[in-house]
Design a protein around this ligand. Structure first.
Ligand code: SF4
Length: 307
C-alpha cells in the first residue's frame, strides 16, 4: 500500500465514506475500496450503504444509479466527467421520440444508460442478469432492448426471444476483433477465452465462456485451466490476479494495442478520489422527478434478480 492509499483510508474513515469501485477501475482505487464489483453488485451495495456518503469510483451512469437507489446519501465521484460511449449512444430525447412513434413497447434498458433513459424504462438489467430479466417480461409484450445491440443479440441467442435492438455499442468492446482474439488464442492454445457479452458475435463465437465480469471470477475459479485470455476492459485483470494469484490472466488484445482500456473509467485516479473526499465536491445531482421515475425499473430489476 502506498502513502497516498494510506492517507486516503484515513480520510475515508474521517468522512465515514463508503467507497464503491467498479471492476474496471485502476488498481490503486480497487485496493482501497470497500467493495469492488460489477454494476449489479454495486447497485446492491449502494442501496444498503450505511456511511455518511458514497464515493462512487466508476462512470457517471453508475453513480447516478447509486443516487437513485439511495437518494438520502450524498454520492460523490472522483471525476464527474467520467462518461460512457454506450450511455451516450442513447440520448433520452431520441428514446422519447422513438417511443412516441412506436407506442406499447416494453423497454428493457441495460444499466449502462443515463438516469433520464432509465426513467423511461420498464425494467433495468445488467450483463449478469439480462437473460433472467428478459425471460421475466410478459410474453405478450414486444421488447425494445437498449442501448447495447451486442448484449441484446447475445440475450436473444440465450433466450430465443426476439427483441428490437437499439443501435448502440461500447467502443472498448468493439475494438476486440475476431482476428485479434484468434491470434492470441493460437499463441496460447492451453488458455480458456472468457469474453464479455458486449463483444461482437464474431468475438463471442471464439470464446469458451461469455459472461459478465462478476461471473468471470466464478468461471475462472471453478475451471481446471490455469491460463485465461480475458476479453473485456483491462481493469478486470487486476481483480482476477488479486483473487487468483496462482493463475495467469492475459489481456485480450485489440488490433490496435495489447489491452482494452476504457478512457472514461481511467479518468478516475486515486488523487482525484482523495480530492473529492477532501472537498466533498464532485457530487452527483439528479432531480427528484428523475429519481422517482428511474427508481421503479431499477427496483424491479433488483426484485426480479433476487427471486
Ligand atoms: Fe462505457 Fe464501455 Fe467504458 Fe463500460 S467500458 S464505461 S460500457 S465505454
Amino acid at each position: 500500500m502506498n502513502s497516498l492509499q494510506e492517507k486516503f483510508l484515513d480520510l475515508k474513515r474521517d468522512r465515514k465514506a463508503v467507497v464503491l469501485a467498479h471492476n474496471y477501475q485502476p488498481k490503486e482505487i480497487q485496493e482501497v475500496a470497500d467493495y469492488v464489483g460489477d454494476s449489479l453488485g454495486l447497485s446492491y451495495e449502494a442501496q444498503k450503504a450505511k456511511g455518511e456518503c458514497i464515493l462512487f469510483c466508476g462512470v457517471h451512469f453508475m453513480a447516478e444509479t447509486a443516487k437513485i437507489v439511495n437518494p438520502e446519501k450524498k454520492v460523490l465521484m472522483p471525476d464527474l466527467n467520467a462518461g460512457c460511449s454506450l450511455a451516450d449512444s442513447c440520448p433520452a430525447d431520441e428514446l422519447q421520440a422513438y417511443r412516441n412513434q412506436n407506442p406499447g413497447l416494453y423497454i428493457v434498458s441495460y444499466v449502462n444508460c443515463t438516469a433520464a433513459v432509465k426513467a423511461q424504462s420498464d425494467v433495468i438489467c445488467t450483463s449478469g442478469n439480462a437473460e433472467r430479466i428478459v425471460q421475466r417480461v410478459p410474453k405478450d409484450r414486444e421488447i425494445l432492448f437498449l442501448p447495447d445491440r451486442n448484449l441484446g443479440d447475445w440475450v436473444m441467442e440465450k433466450t430465443g426471444r426476439k427483441m428490437r435492438l437499439w443501435d448502440g455499442d461500447c467502443y472498448v468492446h468493439m475494438e476486440f476483433t475476431a482476428s485479434s482474439i484468434d491470434r492470441i488464442r493460437r499463441e496460447h492454445p492451453e488458455a480458456r477465452v472468457v469474453a464479455h457479452p458486449e463483444c461482437t458475435r464474431a468475438v463471442r463465437a471464439l470464446a469458451d465462456e461469455v459472461c459478465s465480469t462478476e461471473k468471470m471470477v466464478g468461471y475462472c475459479k471453478n475451471s481446471s485451466a490455469r491460463t485465461f485470455i480475458v476479453v473485456t476492459e483491462e481493469g478486470m485483470l487486476h481483480r482476477l490476479r488479486r483473487e487468483m494469484p496462482d493463475r495467469e490472466f492475459i489481456a485480450g488484445p485489440t488490433d490496435r494495442c495489447a489491452c482494452g482500456e476504457c478512457r472514461y473509467m481511467k479518468m478516475n485516479t486515486l488523487e482525484k478520489a482523495y480530492g473529492a473526499l477532501e472537498s466533498m465536491s464532485s457530487e452527483v445531482l439528479l432531480s427528484q422527478e428523475v429519481i422517482e421515475k428511474a427508481k421503479a425499473p431499477i427496483e424491479r430489476m433488483l426484485d426480479w434478480s433476487r427471486k
